[in-house]
Design a protein around this ligand. Structure first.
Ligand SMILES: NC(=O)c1ccc[n+]([C@@H]2O[C@H](COP(=O)([O-])OP(=O)(O)OC[C@H]3O[C@@H](n4cnc5c(N)ncnc54)[C@H](OP(=O)(O)O)[C@@H]3O)[C@@H](O)[C@H]2O)c1
Length: 287
């Protein structure tokens, strides 16, 4: 592990992480985004990582895409000697994977799971009492260093384990340390959230096309407007209603559009989307 991963760490157990590899088990969409980002940001070098997939046919191509990181289907070999194991498989297969790797983990290996729905204590129970487990919920903007990741500590994780996980995900965006009881809601709001936002982006761009703008121009205008508005809210800390009011001149044109949003039930539709997704996140592990 490179120095940058360890700069916030102290103590002998985290020193162990520093000297060992990171194993990404389940290098699919999210695993690849994270690993590529860690590599691009020089948090790790290709020789300090290993990745696994279920089907070996794409491993050579994936290894090339990852700058030479070995990609295999052997989870037990991948975790042996790893300082950090990053679990990126689907919740439905995680239990079986944990059974497979439990006896191959080195003592003190930090296990970080990004799987939705699966609690840290379930993972802990499968791997053994002393294994430090951290749960994390990142999102796809990690690809451009703008992720929102929530992390929480499992029963045996110490502050330095949480600090290691926080530092890892800070390399790809913003990190919040949270209570695990919020994880399903976070899964809905910020991990599924980009999908909701892309539908909004696509719809705004289509609207631009409808009122006569070239498609590329409409998409740029819509995307930069979402980006700038989000940045304005984050940097000022102002309530979104206040920021909205600043755009809305009495008897002007913006209020015409806002009335249409209210008529179409945009607010309640978005709220229902997050509520339904949270409910589904709770049950994913078992179905
Ligand atoms: N996608 C997101 O935006 C997002 C955000 C936050 C968290 N997550 C979480 O990230 C996890 C993965 O999601 P994803 O969207 O990246 O799914 P995905 O693209 O389907 O990736 C899953 C990967 O797991 C591999 N896999 C399956 N069984 C395996 C096994 N026994 N050993 C090793 N690898 C195995 C698959 O291999 P093959 O490629 O060979 O089939 C695939 O590469 C989920 O738990 C999800 O809740 C996802």
């Amino acid at each position: 592990m490179s120095r940058s991963v360890t700069q916030t760490q102290a103590g002998s157990s985290t020193k162990t992480h520093a000297q060992k590899r990171i194993a990404v088990l389940g290098c699919g969409k999210m695993g690849t985004i994270l690993l590529e980002s860690f590599l691009e940001r020089k948090l790790i070098k290709p020789e300090e990582a290993v990745a696994t997939v279920q089907h070996g046919d794409r491993s050579q191509e994936l290894s090339r895409e990852l700058g030479g990181v070995p990609v295999t289907t052997d989870n037990r070999a991948a975790v042996a000697g790893a300082g950090i194991v990053l679990l990126c498989v689907k919740p439905q297969v995680l239990g079986q994977l944990l059974d497979e790797i439990a006896s191959a983990l080195d003592p003190g290996t930090l296990v970080i799971s990004i799987a939705a729905s699966t609690t840290a204590s379930f993972i802990q129970q499968k791997l053994g009492n002393g294994v430090p487990v951290v749960r994390a919920m990142p999102n796809t903007p990690a690809m451009v260093g703008a992720a929102m990741t929530a992390v929480c500590a499992g029963p045996a994780a110490k502050p330095e384990h949480l600090a290691t996980a926080k530092h890892l995900f800070e390399s790809v965006g913003r990190v919040l340390i949270v209570d695990e009881k919020h994880m399903d809601a976070i899964t809905a709001l910020s991990a599924s959230g980009p999908a909701f936002v892309f539908v909004i982006l696509e719809s705004l761009a289509e609207a631009g096309v409808k009122v006569g703008l070239p498609r590329e121009m409409a998409t740029t205008l819509a995307a930069q407007t979402l980006f700038g508005s989000a940045q304005l809210a984050l940097e000022t800390g102002h309530h979104p209603a206040l920021l909205k009011d600043a755009v809305t001149t009495p008897a002007g044109c913006t209020i015409e559009g806002l009335m249409e949003l209210e008529k179409g039930g945009l607010r309640v539709t978005l709220m229902n989307a997050v509520i339904k997704t949270t409910i589904r996140a709770r049950e994913l592990m078992t179905s």
